[in-house]
Structures are given as structure tokens and as C-alpha cells.
Design a protein around this ligand. Structure first.
Ligand code: GLA
Length: 404
């Protein structure tokens, strides 16, 4: 009898570990979609703001379009109690994080928090260094579904080891939690992030501009895009390159620049974390963020990230392979002036570029071309594509199998 019992417990332990590991691996089969407080609100976060944002995510149609995580970035923490438990700022979050998580879950959404591998967060709040397992258990008890984990005050730690510690803590905390690595690409997280986290920032922080570099290192859309070329081989289901959160709707760019920003992030299989005020969106911004045909490119289950196929200086062509041997093409005009595009699919596109990416497998027949912003079929790959693309704008099309 005793032997049977021992055997049974060994089997159970093996099964339990196996399931926990499996769950973590499967948490982000497509790029996570949600909203994060940082880009618009900085430290000005509170439970009222977060509840209103959850309401707005549902009412605006964002949830219906696929967005689900509501993530509070830096500044929700005010200290630790005398047993080391992390405390949410009681003035800004008087009902506590559990109640807020319950509210967010009641709307069918998921709840995310931010912490840091260092002793302090970037805004000087308590970091998780030395408290990783205790914090992970606390997040699980509150009902957290997503953790963004930063790299300020890291005090010379080894990044790979520091992120693995928090990853281990999350894997053992008893609740599935998506792990977002945010060390700004400093230690090539694409080389070690898979299995540790589900996404990793590849660059310094985004700024709400299309073409700019700030002297402290902040980057515009084009500057971030340039750093993604070559990283495509590291992305796939459950492990994504993260070119930072969206600035769409924050006021610093034109609508065509925002359209290009969104299209490119979808092409890059980037996590789509809206960073604007969802309670107060112009209809043009709402339509942009909820374009389901463009989002479908981002969420394609094959999980391929676009690669830069052709580079003519001001005009670039990015291609993302999709499931069922389909593909999406993005023609990007980086300049301020319009460009006239003449693109011969048969010469460049179809029969000559399967070789450009071994993961790309095109059909022999011609495709239907669908303009994903006009929501119209605009010809086939038998025709030469002619289009005028405005300054800082894009043309984004899907190649759809004709026999569909
Ligand atoms: C870093 C991160 C940002 C944001 C801030 C918060 O700069 O890269 O995304 O989380 O910290 O302080």
C-alpha cells in the first residue's frame, strides 16, 4: 500500500510540473493585445482611471477587436509592509488591487501590472529585487494575468539570470501570468527570452513622433522600425519581439503617420498595447485601432514577423508570411512627399521571392489583392500595382488565395 502511495505522489508531481510548464508556454500564442497606462498617463494612475479604461475598452469596440489586457505601468506601488509584501498606493487605489482585478475580470478583460528587476522601478518605487517569489505570489493572489518587468536600478545584475528568476517565480505562483521582459534590448533578449518570457522589448522607449531621436534615447516610429529588421527569426507563437507600445491617438502624429505606425506594428507581429485615452478617442483613431483586417495580420496564427524585402531608400517593402500560404505586403513611404508606386508582382513579388525567406511559401497561382485600409479587393497579382502613397503613409495589402 505504501509503495502505491509513493508511486502515485511521484506521478502527480511530474504531472503538475508538466502542466504548469505547458501552461506558461501557451499563454501568448498570438501577440498580446491590450492597453497600458504609461504612454499617456505616466505616474498619474488610479483605480478610477483604470476602471474607466476597462469600461471604455469594452464600449469602444476595442475588446471586440481583440484587445484584452489592462496594464497599470509604473507608480502604482507605494512601499512594502514589515513582512515585505508590496503595497499598492492606498490613496490612488483605496479598494486595493484584488477588487480592481475582480472588476476588470467582470468585464471579460485581463489585468496586468508593472514591476522591475532592480531595487527600484524607473520612477523610484519599490522594485522586485530580492522579493521576486513573494511578489509573484502576491500578484497571483490579486488575480494578475500579465507582468511587465523593467530594468532600472538593476545594479549590474546579469539580465538573463534576473529575468529567469522572475520567470521561475511566475511559473510557480499558481496562476498563469504573461511575462513581458522590458530591458530595452540592451542584452539581446531575443537570443535568450524564449521560454523565460512571452515578449521582450527590443529598443529604448517609443516617443509620439514618426521620425525623431531624442537626446536621451527616445525613438520615433521609423527609428524603432529600423531596429526590427533582422529580428524576424526570433519571433513566433509564445515569444515575440516587442517594439514598444502604441502611441496612436496621443496627438503627436498625423493620421497617416498613425496608420503607418499601426500597420507596421501589425506586420511585425508586435504586441499591440494601446497607449492612448480610450475614453476620449476621435472616431478616426478608434477606427484605426479596431481595423479587424489589419489586426488579423498581426494575430495570424503562424506567428511570422515581417521582414524587410526591398529597400529603395524612401520606399520600403515589408512582407509578412501568413498561414495558408498567404502574405501581407506593406509599402512604406518614409519621406514627406508622395511617391508613385508601380509594382510588378510577377517580376518582383510572386515567383522571385520565395527564396528571400525560407519560411515563405507562395502558391503558384496569382492572388487576389486586398487593400486592408480601403477594405476593397483592388486587382490581382497578374496586374501591375499602381498607387500613389502619401508622405509618411503606407499601402497595406493582403494577398489572398483566389480559390478562397
Ligand atoms: C521604462 C520603460 C517604459 C515605462 C517606464 C516607467 O522607461 O521602458 O516603458 O515602463 O520605464 O517608468
Amino acid at each position: 500500500m505504501k509503495n502505491v502511495y509513493i508511486l502515485l505522489s511521484v506521478t502527480l508531481v511530474i504531472k503538475f510540473t508538466g502542466i504548469a510548464g505547458q501552461t506558461f508556454e501557451k499563454l501568448a500564442p498570438t501577440p498580446p493585445m491590450g492597453w497600458n497606462s504609461w504612454n499617456k498617463f505616466g505616474c498619474n494612475v488610479s483605480e478610477i482611471l483604470i476602471r474607466e479604461m476597462a469600461d471604455a475598452m469594452v464600449e469602444s469596440g476595442m475588446h471586440d477587436a481583440g484587445y484584452q489586457y489592462i496594464v497599470i505601468d509604473d507608480c502604482w506601488q507605494s512601499g512594502r509592509d514589515n513582512t515585505g509584501n508590496i503595497i499598492a498606493d492606498p490613496e490612488r487605489f483605496p479598494s486595493g488591487m484584488k477588487a480592481l482585478a475582480d472588476y476588470i475580470h467582470s468585464k471579460g478583460l485581463k489585468f496586468g501590472l508593472y514591476s522591475c528587476a532592480g531595487s527600484k522601478t524607473c520612477q523610484g518605487r519599490p522594485g522586485s529585487r530580492g522579493y521576486q517569489f513573494q511578489d509573484a505570489r502576491q500578484y497571483a493572489a490579486w488575480g494578475v494575468d500579465y507582468l511587465k518587468y523593467d530594468w532600472c536600478y538593476n545594479e549590474g545584475q546579469d539580465a538573463k539570470a534576473a529575468y529567469k528568476t522572475m520567470s521561475d517565480a511566475l511559473k510557480q505562483c499558481g496562476r498563469p501570468i504573461v511575462f513581458s521582459i522590458c530591458e530595452w534590448g540592451d542584452n539581446k533578449p531575443w537570443e535568450w527570452g524564449k521560454g523565460t518570457g512571452h515578449l521582450w522589448r527590443t529598443t529604448a522607449d517609443i516617443r509620439d513622433c514618426f521620425d525623431c531621436t531624442l537626446n536621451w534615447g527616445g525613438l520615433g516610429v521609423l527609428q524603432i522600425l529600423d531596429k526590427q529588421a533582422g529580428l524576424e527569426e526570433y519571433a513566433g507563437p509564445g515569444h515575440w519581439n516587442d517594439p514598444d507600445m502604441l502611441e496612436i491617438g496621443n496627438g503627436g502624429q498625423t493620421i497617416s503617420e498613425y496608420r503607418a505606425h499601426f500597420s507596421l506594428w501589425c506586420m511585425l507581429a508586435a504586441p499591440l498595447m494601446a497607449g492612448n485615452d480610450l475614453r476620449d478617442m476621435d472616431e478616426s483613431i478608434r477606427l484605426l485601432l479596431t481595423n479587424k483586417e489589419v489586426i488579423a495580420i498581426n494575430q495570424d496564427t503562424s506567428g511570422m514577423q515581417a521582414f524587410k524585402f526591398l529597400d529603395y531608400g524612401d520606399l520600403e517593402i515589408w512582407v509578412k508570411a501568413l498561414s495558408n500560404d498567404e502574405a501581407s505586403f506593406c509599402f512604406l513611404n518614409r519621406s514627406n512627399a508622395p511617391v508613385n508606386l508601380e509594382f510588378n508582382w510577377r517580376q518582383f513579388g510572386l515567383y522571385h521571392f520565395s527564396f528571400a525567406n525560407s519560411r515563405f511559401n507562395l502558391r503558384k497561382n496569382d492572388y487576389q489583392i486586398r487593400d486592408l485600409w480601403k477594405h476593397k479587393n483592388t486587382g490581382t497579382t497578374a496586374d501591375v500595382l499602381s498607387a500613389s502613397i502619401g508622405g509618411h503613409d503606407i499601402l497595406m495589402v493582403r494577398l489572398m488565395a483566389i480559390d478562397k
